[in-house]
Design a protein around this ligand. Structure first.
Ligand SMILES: Cc1ncc(COP(=O)(O)O)c(C=O)c1O
Length: 451
């Protein structure tokens, strides 16, 4: 970090100058004062908040990392995207806070219109702005209950929809997220269409999408009075699982049969990441509701729920103090426009193919890579003890991630029990993609040889 940035911290927090500047000291200090959450302090370095550009992130010691995480799909345009930095300067005079649910202002209306223009189909829809992905899901749940006066939902295993309230009740990813926290909604839960490990032991080419039929069967036994089916078009946290191509179309049919909403959680997969605005479009399905967040703010806390008009049957059924504040709404508008005019959806598809080809090559090369999969820039490797047994290996996965970060300076994430997850910014170049593949190759070789 530059001396001027330490001076700045000193001004706000006197005494900083006298403190050590090494990562171990700041890791210890963070661990004392920050509630334990999802940090992996033994894995990821203390990051330098004062610099970075594109896919390049620095740690306190000045080491540069190639970022294949986008902060878990947040920074679609990478770090300090020059035109966004310039735009933020241009809007420095804009007021930062006007409670958008209580008063109208132009930026949030324009943003809602822009978002609606990305949604497939002709159903009239409205937008509710939130400050997180979980809140976008909460909003969808409340709207579905309001519409049907039913409270039962269908959700899947694995599924990740957030860690609060109703969203947590729909989540089924790891027990640690759920233990002791009460179920807030009745949920009919069936297995996700995870073809590499088919829950029914079938083959995708002749299974008849039996996993979707399990939903029908479950409803007959547990209650058909459902308000909605909530599903990730690609299971992100669950392990970057691309479902069987007929899974979502079948869920669409089931939702229609029971007059329930098909609610797609695109918090991770949406806004161009897979090469289309919404991952659900790859499956030829028109959902009723789309939940989004993460990339919408590009770092600012922005989420949205997009649902048929009227989303709520009356005033005051739902609200949040903070929502699409003018400055945030302008930034979101800028991001949506830049993704479009900059051709970043096309790039996500094109560089995504380069990455997937490269990952498939790694799948062929290493016995510990069970499957390479993904759509666009939402990709993963499933790590196993060996191809033949397909036994999931969280330990080998953790080691691959550790070697990527520590030795190769490649930032990747884990997903599910045993997947390595890649979610690069949509600005990623083919050259950066090939660089990431080379680093990942070396990391896999290191782990495969030492194992
Ligand atoms: C699919 C999905 N839904 C919901 C969430 C929750 O979003 P947030 O952490 O902004 O509440 C996440 C976060 O990773 C997600 O991946």
């Amino acid at each position: 970090m530059q001396a001027s940035d330490w001076d700045l911290l000193e001004r706000l927090s006197p005494g900083v100058h006298q403190r050590p500047r090494d990562a171990d000291y700041w890791l210890r200090r963070s661990a004392e004062v920050l509630a334990e959450s999802t940090q992996s302090r033994d894995l990821y370095p203390v990051l330098d908040h004062s610099r970075g550009e594109g896919l390049c992130i620095y740690d306190l010691a000045g080491n540069a990392y190639l970022d294949m995480t986008s902060g878990v799909a947040v920074r679609a345009l990478g770090l300090r995207y020059p035109r966004l930095v310039q735009f933020e300067r241009e809007i420095a005079h804009v007021v930062e806070e006007l409670p958008g649910q209580d008063f109208d202002h132009i930026p949030q209306t324009l943003l809602a219109e822009r978002l609606l223009a990305t949604v497939p189909g002709t159903t009239p829809r409205q937008v509710f702005f939130t400050t997180s992905g979980a809140r976008a899901v909460e909003t969808a749940v409340k709207a579905a209950i309001d519409r049907t006066h039913r409270t039962r939902f269908v959700a899947f295993r694995p599924a990740f929809h957030g860690r609060t309230g109703y969203a947590l009740s729909l989540t089924a990813s790891k027990a640690v997220h759920r233990n002791y926290y009460p179920q807030a909604l009745p949920v009919v839960r069936t297995p996700y269409a995870y073809c590499y490990r088919c829950p029914l032991g079938l083959q995708p080419n002749n299974c008849g999408v039996a996993c979707a039929e399990l939903v029908r069967e479950a409803l007959q036994r547990e209650g058909t009075d459902i308000a909605g089916i909530v599903v990730e078009p690609i299971s992100g946290e669950g392990g970057m699982i691309v479902p069987h191509p007929e899974f979502l179309p079948r869920l669409r049919e089931i939702a229609n049969e029971y007059d329930a909403w098909l609610i797609v959680d695109e918090v991770q997969s949406g806004l161009g990441r897979t090469g289309k605005w919404w991952a659900v479009e790859h499956f030829g399905v028109e959902p009723d509701v789309i939940c989004t967040a993460k990339a919408l703010g590009g770092g600012a806390p922005m989420g949205a729920t997009i649902a048929p008009t009227p989303m709520f049957r009356g005033a005051s059924r739902h609200s949040e103090t903070f929502s699409a504040e003018p400055r945030m709404a302008l930034i979101s508008l800028f991001i949506l426009r830049e993704l479009e005019v900059g051709g970043y959806l096309e790039r996500a598809a094109q560089v995504g193919r380069v990455l997937l080809d490269g990952l498939k090559h790694l799948e062929e090369k290493y016995d510990i890579v069970g499957e390479a999969r993904g759509l666009g820039l939402m990709l993963g490797l499933e790590i196993v003890e060996d191809k033949k047994s397909r036994r999931a290996s969280p330990a080998i996965r953790d080691e691959v991630v550790r070697v990527c970060v520590h030795r190769e300076r490649l930032l990747v994430l884990g997903a599910g029990d045993n997947a390595v997850r890649l979610l690069p910014p949509l600005t990623v170049t083919e050259e950066e993609a090939r660089d990431a593949l080379a680093r990942l190759d070396r990391a896999l070789e290191t782990v495969a040889v030492s194992g």
